[in-house]
Design a protein around this ligand. Sequence first.
Ligand code: TRH
Length: 377
Amino acid sequence: MKASWDIFCSVVDNYGDIGVTWRLARQLVAEHDLQVRLWVDDLASFVPLCPTADPQAAQQWQAGVDVRQWPSVWQRVEMPDVVIEAFACKLPVDYVDAMARSTPVRLWLNLDYLSAEEWVGGCHGLPSLKTAGYQKYFFFPGFQADTGGLLREAGLLDQRRQWQQDPARRQAFLAQWGVYVAAEARLMSLFAYEHPQIPGWLQALAEDSRPTHLLVPRGRVLGDVERWLGDGPLLLDEPRQCGALTLQLMPFVSQNDYDRLLWCCDFNAVRGEDSFVRAQWAGRPLVWHIYKQEEYAHWEKLEAFLALYTQGLGPAAEAATLSFWRAWNMEQDIAESWRQMLANWPELTTHAQAWSDEKARQADLAMALVQFHRNWL
Ligand code: TRH
């Protein structure tokens, strides 16, 4: 009989919580032959990532995953072998009680947020204090060998390589969104939170000697882009030309299509957690708009990642990356450090590919979870 897993996802905001749990659930089914229920408290946030989903359904099958509306009044269900609460979401009291009473003992994991900070390795896999007499374990994704690793589907990098070596495929894919990129243009994507300095960056792109085609998925940064344009909203299928810059609105596409979009681009601005990881698997230069936390806790996370990511870069490319990423996240002028990025472009591109190859040598997060369960039994 297949082992059964429950994953609980409470959508705090945006798409990261559901993005990570949906990706993990699919992979556990597809690659580990597990029976997975994904409990989501806000199915409306799920639909943009999985357009075939029904936001009203109490139960539905999507990609082999048993997707459940997490009900406000909990009903008894059969207990699975493994329970994952994502990002410390609070499980229903009745569910925890039932887990505590059931035999055999179930593995209960808290899947935490991604961080490159050093302490993560020391906390990964540790048991918590008991809740209702039950032990829970902390499972930390991460970039180092002593963590739970990163979400990465089997064969992902090979698929990406084949894609990037096939210009006709890229062209056909982009054409379905009405995207036609001039041969000499740099293709880039911009998925970010609100950002007061975006207009300065767009201006630098408009004044560049090489053309840029910038795709902007519908989302929070759009207001800043339109503020710079100054003459009304950016509309689908209506790219706007401003000097060397072509700006084009993209619809929010499925997770799989978003991957391909990242693979198509020469540079990706990403945010949060899941798109950040996917842009790394794209093997192209990137910038990360980190999710803001109280008391600037996110800056430490940013610096921890930069300390790892910039290893192996020459001094100029390293300085460019540090100043561009810091400026992007501290909402300082980003135009000048962008020019430094451009001056080091070939090295940054080679480095992005080497980074993704290196990270892909570690066990992926789904595999690490399955292994953790096996070792625990
Ligand atoms: O949306 P995010 O900012 O999400 C989060 C949440 O805010 C969360 O509370 C916070 O803790 C976390 O960030 C750090 O960014 P993220 O994680 O990149 O999630 C976006 C998801 O949307 C990701 O799975 C990729 C997906 N996506 C698509 O599927 N299609 C698209 O067109 C785009 C632009 C994104």
